[in-house]
Design a protein around this ligand. Structure first.
Ligand SMILES: Cc1cc2nc3c(=O)[nH]c(=O)nc-3n(C[C@H](O)[C@H](O)[C@H](O)COP(=O)(O)OP(=O)(O)OC[C@H]3O[C@@H](n4cnc5c(N)ncnc54)[C@H](O)[C@@H]3O)c2cc1C
Length: 349
């Protein structure tokens, strides 16, 4: 039997950041991931947007999470020797008087004005976009190239941990007082970071997942040269080299994680109502967000089996939540630091 401190199931954003932190803390780690095409981290744009929705709501604890995420990702860039974190503004298209009034009213609220700023629309903008009445700029905002980050960490794990590319089989897990065993491996603790597939985990069925499928198109738009995000009924995020991520929709409790022709057809119509210049569809992808009923992360340990833990529920905001909550999970696992009640598994037990 090979012995590890931790077995992590899932190498999406949650499992990757937690495994990375554990390795840095000199713990031995075995990671099992079956590399599903529809994993959320492989499809997400990685946008960190402090002000969201039709009502210009402020993201939960964003004043803490955004600076925390920025310094975490920038440090990780230095350690991994690649760039995957970009500061960009969200150019929020304001479609009519109501939008404009709401924008200015909300920006006068305490704590909002620092993110909601006026935007001088460049003269050449109307060559590229069907212009709205006005545009507001949300900044600071940011983008994390999640697929690149996950791949970089995969390379790092291949050198520093044991990685198995296979599906974890719940039936093969044996739980003892002092740890768990799985095939020929022993570990002191197992942590499930399975994204939306956590809803099928027999030990954590008390977690009320409300998975939200999202589809995206990757477009090539030569000549657009857009460095910020564009947000109207859709979100456009630059990927470099004339490529752009365009998304997304929310389909609750979808039957599968596959792209659909109806989304593509409708979305292309929306794009044509936003962008004036020609584009080419390069790719069409779909995945499922690991959203929990109360829209908060879930961290903790099984009430009866203390060797079984969970780190999940990053929902629609993994890029901003994962740096902070992976550290909370680390402190909990290594130093028994209490988990914040809003994110504690105990709220469902
Ligand atoms: C269309 C879309 C757009 C999004 N846009 C943004 C955005 O702009 N900004 C943002 O912050 N967030 C965004 N998100 C949300 C973000 O993707 C998630 O919050 C985050 O990636 C979740 O990471 P995770 O590790 O929990 O889950 P996942 O990325 O789904 O990873 C789970 C991993 O576990 C593996 N796994 C599961 N079960 C097993 C098993 N039994 N055996 C082995 N392996 C297993 C899977 O293969 C997968 O690799 C978006 C999501 C979607 C779908």
């Amino acid at each position: 039997m090979e012995r590890f401190d931790f077995l992590i199931v899932g190498q999406g954003l949650a499992g990757s950041l937690l495994a990375y932190r554990l390795l840095k803390a000199n713990k031995s780690v075995l990671i099992i991931d079956d590399q599903q095409k529809g994993a959320a981290s492989a499809v997400a744009a990685g946008i960190i947007n402090p002000i969201t929705g039709r009502r210009f709501a402020k993201s939960w604890r964003i004043d803490e999470f955004l600076p925390y995420a920025k310094s975490f990702y920038q440090q990780l860039e230095l350690e991994l020797g690649e760039t995957f974190f970009y500061e960009r503004s969200v150019l929020r298209f304001l479609a009519g008087n109501k939008d404009i009034n709401d924008w200015y009213a909300r920006s006068a609220w305490d704590g909002f004005g620092e993110y909601m700023q006026e935007y001088q629309i460049p003269e050449n903008f109307s060559q590229f976009y069907h212009l709205p009445f006005d545009i507001g700029a949300i900044k600071p905002a940011a983008q994390v190239d999640l697929p690149l980050l996950i791949n970089l960490l995969k390379v790092y794990f291949t050198k520093n941990a044991l990685m198995l590319s296979e599906r974890f089989d719940y039936e093969k897990l044996s739980i003892q007082e002092e740890g768990i065993s799985y095939h020929t491996f022993n570990a002191r603790q197992i942590v499930f970071c399975e994204g939306y597939q956590g809803r099928f985990n027999p030990w954590f069925s008390m977690v009320p997942f409300e998975p939200a499928k999202g589809e995206v198109l990757i477009l090539k738009i030569p000549g657009l040269n857009q460095k910020d995000f564009i947000k109207n009924k859709l979100m456009i995020a630059p990927l470099g080299d004339d490529h752009y991520w365009l998304g997304s929709n929310y389909e609750w409790n979808a039957p599968n994680d596959l792209p659909t022709e109806s989304f593509k057809r409708d979305f292309i119509q929306k794009i044509k109502r936003t962008i004036k210049i020609p584009f080419e569809v390069i790719e069409h992808k779909a995945a499922i967000r690991p959203t929990i009923k109360d829209r908060r992360p879930v961290l903790g340990t099984h009430p009866v089996h203390p060797r079984l833990s969970i780190f999940n529920g990053l929902g629609t905001k993994g890029a901003s939540l994962a740096p902070f909550w992976s550290n909370e999970m680390l402190q909990y696992l290594l130093h028994q630091q209490a988990i914040h009640p809003e994110a504690d598994l105990q709220r469902f037990c």
